[in-house]
Structures are given as structure tokens and as C-alpha cells.
Design a protein around this ligand. Structure first.
Ligand code: ADE
Ligand code: ZN
Length: 360
């Protein structure tokens, strides 16, 4: 492993933008299809992977909702989440705030309680066996109407003490945050945190609406906020966390090349950006690969990587004492890691890494 890859792997970090249904690997899709006697429109894992060529968000969503159709029982949701937790533990992830899309399942006749029972069991197991803490964010599907979102919030009522917040995902363009003003106000009144996908494909106006109308605590993606200097100023002033997803942006053609990804600009502008994987089974990389490939493409410095790690905890919904513990762990890690000058200056033959760039 290169020095850069090693540094990133050991750096304590959190993932704040992960759709658990988007961590369904083709192998598990086939296994669950067999277990539940559900036929898939693909013959092999390779065929599934070959279908993951997307030109925009909707292309991806069509196949993602189809894949989620193999999830039927609490054991399926448990196995899905445990596979993700195991994978991300290897990337040095210490805390996850995971999205789930209950409407994708309740609309197929799966009880809300089945989804919750499976996910909660995996979350408890991940903390016990892997030392990863986690929190749940219930996402409303924005291509459906607000009444359906309100019915979902009602179904969640028995579980509200185990749900940290609500979010807004699915097809962005044509479904502005304004459409969900009342259900977000109701969620806020119940003490839930609020987040929303905005500015992934949608215009800066959607980010303004997420802030002004939904009163969100974080913006998921937020790339297109950079088109509006007044909006950037507002996000910086309020210290609003952006949960940025570089490999997702590449796969969904939000950016043409990782070298052109706006993450470096976001940091330069003083935005509280974080790195996340979004739907890792579909976008070619879990948290660690998002960090590594972005660090390489943008030549991120060690100080920038540390800022990103700190942002992942300060932007989380963890209580202040837990945030402080994670920040102290980052400090301790950085002080133990060899100084930049002692790191290998070049990637070794056969590895995919590089050195951590010296501050300029
Ligand atoms: N659901 C799963 N992944 C998503 C994304 N990147 N944007 C919007 N909705 C999603
Ligand atoms: Zn997302």
C-alpha cells in the first residue's frame, strides 16, 4: 500500500452520505434473489456490472430501485447492512449516518417494521463487533408526493427514538424542496435532524430552498451551490456541512473527470465539505476509494485530508462528547504518522497510491 493509501486508511473518519440500498453488491443481489425466489433480469454478476453505465441520476435510479426488489425480510436488510459495515470498517470508518428509503419497500408490501428490525439489528452488531457507531436517516422519495412522505413519517412514529433524522432523495430535477415543506416542518417538530439532496443535478435555487424552506442541518451533494457566490457565502457563514460524493459524481456524469471535481474549490472557499460514497456498489468504490481517488486526482494535502476527516465528525449528528473523542483520535493519529518528509515520495510499482502532498 502506498503511503497516501495507508494514511487515508488509518485516518479516523465518518461517512455521512450512504444509501444502504446502494451498497447492494451484485453477488448479494443474486444470493437474495435465490433465497427469496425472485428472478433477476440478469444472468451473471458481470452482466449486472455491465449494466452500471449511467449518463445521469435517473438512469441509475431506475436500476437501483429494481435491485432493491430482492430485499424482503429483516434478515435481508440485516445482511445488506452488515456487508456494508464490514467493508467500511476496513476503510477506517468509525461512524456512519446511513440513509434508507422506506417507501421503496413499503410500496412493495414490505412492512416498515421489517426494514427497521433488520437495519437496527445490524447497527447493534456493527457497534459490538466492529466498533462502528451509526445513526439512521429516513429519506423521503421526492418523485412521490408529500402526502406519501407524511404517511411514511407516521409509519415511523414507533421508531422515532431510533431515527436521527429525515432526508430527501431520488429524482431531483422537477421536485424542488418546496414540495416537502410541511412534512419537513413536522419532522423538525418531532425533534428530528433534517438533510436534503440539493444541487446534485438541480440548480442553486434548490439549495436555497433546502436552507430557507426546509431549514436543513446539512446539504447532501451541493455541487451546484458553487454557481452562486451569495449562496456559497451563506453556506460558509452558517458552517453548513456538504456531504460530497466524488465517485458518484463521476459515475452520474455530474463531473467529467475527478480532476475537475469541485471538492478542492469547496475547501478553498471555506465550505465544510466531506467525502462520502453515496451508493458504493453502483459507483465503483466505498469510502476509502472515494478518499484515495479524490486525494490523488486533486493532489489534496495532508492538512486538507485532516480537515476533511474533522469535517466528517463536526458535521455529524453525534453528541459533542463523541465528536470531541473522534477529533482527539484524529490528532493522535496524525501526530503518530511519519512526517511528510519521511513518507515515500513516489507510488511504488504495482500500487495505486502516491505520497501525501507536502503543503504548498
Ligand atoms: N438515491 C440513492 N442515491 C441517490 C443520489 N445520488 N441522488 C438522489 N437520490 C439517490
Ligand atoms: Zn445520495
Amino acid at each position: 500500500m502506498s503511503t497516501l493509501a495507508e494514511f487515508i486508511q488509518g485516518l479516523p473518519k465518518a461517512e455521512l452520505h450512504l444509501h444502504i440500498e446502494g451498497s447492494l453488491e451484485p453477488e448479494l443481489m443474486f444470493e437474495l434473489g435465490r433465497r427469496n425466489a425472485i428472478a433477476l433480469p440478469f444472468k451473471t454478476v458481470e452482466e449486472v456490472r455491465a449494466a452500471y453505465a449511467f449518463s445521469n441520476l435517473q438512469d441509475f435510479l431506475d436500476i437501483y430501485y429494481q435491485g432493491a426488489g430482492v430485499l424482503l425480510t429483516a434478515a435481508d436488510f440485516h445482511d445488506l447492512a452488515m456487508a456494508y459495515f464490514r467493508r467500511v470498517a476496513a476503510d477506517g470508518c468509525r461512524h456512519v449516518e446511513l440513509f434508507f428509503d422506506p417507501q421503496t419497500h413499503t410500496d412493495r408490501g414490505i412492512a416498515f417494521s421489517v426494514v427497521m428490525d433488520g437495519l437496527l439489528a445490524a447497527m447493534a452488531e456493527a457497534e459490538r463487533t466492529l466498533g462502528i457507531t451509526s445513526a439512521l436517516i429516513l429519506c423521503f422519495l421526492r418523485h412521490l408526493d408529500e402526502a406519501a412522505a407524511s404517511a411514511t413519517l407516521k409509519a415511523a412514529e414507533p421508531y422515532l427514538d431510533r431515527i436521527a433524522g429525515v432526508g430527501l432523495d431520488s429524482s431531483e430535477v422537477g421536485h424542488p424542496p418546496l414540495k416537502f415543506a410541511r412534512v419537513f416542518a413536522a419532522a423538525r417538530a418531532k425533534g428530528l435532524k433534517l438533510v436534503a439532496h440539493a444541487g446534485e443535478e438541480g440548480p442553486p435555487e434548490y439549495v436555497w430552498e433546502a436552507l430557507d424552506i426546509l431549514d436543513v442541518d446539512r446539504i447532501d451533494h451541493g455541487n451546484r451551490a458553487l454557481e452562486d457566490p451569495a449562496l456559497v457565502k451563506r453556506l460558509v457563514r452558517e458552517g453548513k456541512t456538504l456531504t460530497v460524493c466524488p465517485l458518484s459524481n463521476l459515475k452520474l456524469c455530474v463531473v467529467g473527470d475527478l480532476k475537475d471535481h469541485p471538492l478542492r474549490t469547496m475547501l478553498d472557499l471555506g465550505l465544510r465539505a466531506t467525502i462520502n460514497s453515496d451508493d458504493p456498489a453502483y459507483f465503483g468504490g466505498y469510502l476509502g476509494q472515494n478518499w484515495l481517488q479524490t486525494a490523488q486526482a486533486l493532489s489534496l494535502t495532508r492538512a486538507e485530508l485532516v480537515t476533511l476527516a474533522r469535517n466528517s465528525f463536526t458535521g455529524s449528528f453525534l453528541p459533542p462528547d463523541a465528536v470531541a473523542r473522534h477529533l482527539a483520535a484524529i490528532d493522535a493519529y496524525v501526530s503518530r504518522f511519519p512526517p511528510v518528509g519521511e513518507m515515500s515520495p513516489k507510488p511504488q510499482a504495482g500500487d495505486n497510491g502516491g505520497s501525501v502532498r507536502q503543503e504548498s
